[in-house]
Design a protein. Structure first.
Length: 206
């Protein structure tokens, strides 16, 4: 159960009842079904503080808190960033249909300097974005949206480079909204369907 600390009080009561009775009921059903499961819960919230504030049930906290593993935030373990980034590159390569890519020196420096306020989820999302936007053999800091934190200076991109990236970003954005209907996606961009397919092929998307 991810982000258990954000669970509303009403659902906390339901979860506690499930943990106590070890039974569930199907939606629309009335017959209890016994289940035997182990619950793993994660949260970014300080649950002891939440209990003290009254936003998290004390009885549920002690039901869940049999064994606690505390993981430091990503900003405190920058040595893990490269390893995790390479893992996410391999993981999201299947979802995006692109081969796994390594990270340029500039990208590694930028990731090492970034404070990661969104923790591991932010890293995963940036790597996924980088896989989609990367045009070379490696993911660059700009692909991750971390170009401002890149310590190694790089030559100014040409106007054509910026146009190319903008075109690719527009394709990615419209596919995120209309991936199930390419005709609509093409119409939103104001191009014909054949032109839309040509652009997808040009940018190696899909």
């Amino acid at each position: 159960l991810d982000e258990i600390g954000d669970l509303p009080m009403e659902l906390q009561a339901n979860l506690l009842r499930f943990l106590q009775e070890k039974q569930i009921e199907r939606v629309g059903g009335s017959q209890p079904i016994p289940v035997d499961v182990r619950v793993l819960a994660a949260t970014h919230v300080d649950l002891e503080a939440a209990v003290a504030k009254g936003t998290f049930r004390e009885d549920l906290y002690y039901r869940l808190n049999v064994l606690q593993v505390v993981t430091a935030p990503l900003r405190e373990r920058h040595g893990d960033v490269a390893m995790l980034a390479n893992h996410f590159s391999r993981f999201y390569s299947q979802e995006t249909g692109r081969r796994p890519r390594s990270f340029s020196e500039g990208a590694l420096v930028a990731m090492g300097q970034h404070p990661w306020p969104g923790n591991v989820r932010e890293l995963a999302n940036r790597v996924r974005r980088g896989l989609v936007l990367a045009e070379g053999r490696q993911i660059e800091a700009v692909d991750l949206g971390l170009e401002g934190e890149q310590a190694i200076s790089s030559p100014m991109a040409t106007l054509e480079d910026y146009k190319h990236r903008a075109e690719r970003q527009a394709l990615c954005d419209v596919l995120n909204r209309h991936s199930d209907n390419l005709s609509v996606a093409a119409r939103v961009l104001g191009v014909s369907r054949p032109t839309f397919y040509r652009l997808l092929h040009k940018h190696q998307i899909r």
